[in-house]
Design a binder for this molecule. Structure first.
Ligand code: SAM
Length: 249
C-alpha cells in the first residue's frame, strides 16, 4: 500500500531488534502482508522481541488486525533454550514492548500472552496470514500447523520458520503437509516455507509432495551444520557454505 514505509525503511527499523529473521525472510513477510486489505487478519505465533512482528505491522495496511501470540515464558526461545525461565521471559516481554513502542506499532498489536494451544479460543474468525515461529519441538510445532493452519481461509497464506532446518519442525511438516491436499507449497526464503491454502487434485498433490521432498537434502545439510557448530568444528561448516556461528535459519 502506498501509505506504508518502503521495504528498505522497514528493514532498517529492525536492524537493532534481536531475533531470527534474515533480510529475505523479512521481504517474504512484507510481500504477503502488503497484499492484505482492511478487515484482514494476521496472526504471528512466536514473536520473541518483535523483530518479525514489526515488519508485519509496518507492511500491513491500516485496518488489518495483527495478533501476536507469545507466552514470554522463556521456553522454546532460541537454539537449545527449551526449558521455561520466567525471568528470561519477563525480560523478553519488556524488550518486546519497548521495541514495538519505539517502532510506533505497539497500539495496533493485539498481544495474547499465552502458549499457542491455549490461545485458540482468543481469536475469532478466519486468518488471512499465519506466521508460525513458536516452539520448534515436534508436538507443539505440529499442533500449530494443524490447529492454527485450519483457521486460515481459502487462498490464505501460512509461513513457517525453521522449515527444513529444525528436526522438530521438519518432522511436523512431513507428517502434516507433505501429503496434504489442502496446502500448496510455494517455496521458501531460507528456512521460511510458504504455503497457500487451496484444494489440490490427485496429480497436483503428488507434485506438491515431490517439491517438499526435494528440500530434504537442504535439511540434511542444515542438521550436519548444527552438529558441526555444536562440536565447534567451524572450518568444516565453511566447507558447507555456512560462514556464521549461528545455527542456520
Ligand atoms: C524463535 S523465537 C521467535 C522469533 C521471532 N519471530 C523473530 O522474528 O525474532 C520463538 C518464540 O516463541 C515463543 N514460544 C515458545 N513456545 C511457544 C508457544 N507454545 N506458543 C507461542 N509462542 C511460543 C518464545 O517465547 C519465543 O519468543
Amino acid at each position: 500500500m502506498s501509505d506504508r514505509p518502503a521495504f528498505a525503511e522497514i528493514l532498517a527499523s529492525v536492524a537493532e531488534v534481536e531475533g531470527w529473521m534474515t533480510d529475505d525472510q523479512a521481504r517474504r513477510l512484507h510481500d504477503r502482508a502488503i497484499e492484505l486489505g482492511p478487515g484482514a487478519r494476521i496472526v504471528e505465533i512466536g514473536s520473541f522481541r518483535g523483530r518479525s512482528l514489526i515488519v508485519l505491522a509496518h507492511s500491513a495496511a491500516d485496518g488489518v488486525e495483527i495478533v501476536s501470540i507469545d507466552p514470554h515464558a522463556g521456553n522454546d526461545r532460541g537454539p537449545q533454550e527449551i526449558v521455561a525461565d520466567q525471568d528470561r521471559g519477563d525480560d523478553d516481554h519488556t524488550v518486546y514492548r519497548t521495541n514495538l513502542e519505539a517502532a510506533g506499532v505497539l497500539e495496533r498489536i493485539v498481544h495474547i500472552r499465552k502458549m499457542s494451544d491455549a490461545a485458540l479460543d482468543d481469536v475469532d474468525g478466519e486468518i488471512d496470514l499465519l506466521y508460525i515461529d513458536g516452539a520448534h519441538r515436534f508436538g507443539p510445532a505440529r499442533a500449530d500447523i494443524v490447529d492454527w493452519g485450519a483457521r486460515v481461509g481459502g487462498g490464505g497464506t501460512m509461513l513457517i520458520h525453521d522449515s527444513f532446518s529444525s528436526i522438530g519442525v521438519t518432522l511436523a511438516l512431513l507428517t502434516s503437509m507433505f501429503a496434504s491436499g489442502e496446502w500448496r507449497y510455494l517455496g521458501r526464503a531460507g528456512s521460511m516455507a510458504e504455503y497457500c491454502r487451496e484444494h489440490l487434485g490427485a496429480g497436483e498433490r503428488l507434485l506438491n509432495a515431490v517439491r517438499q521432498v526435494s528440500q530434504l537434502p537442504w535439511f540434511v545439510r542444515n542438521v550436519v551444520i548444527k552438529v558441526l557448530l555444536t562440536a565447534r568444528l567451524f572450518p568444516l561448516t565453511r566447507l558447507l557454505g555456512h560462514r556464521s556461528r549461528d545455527w542456520p535459519y
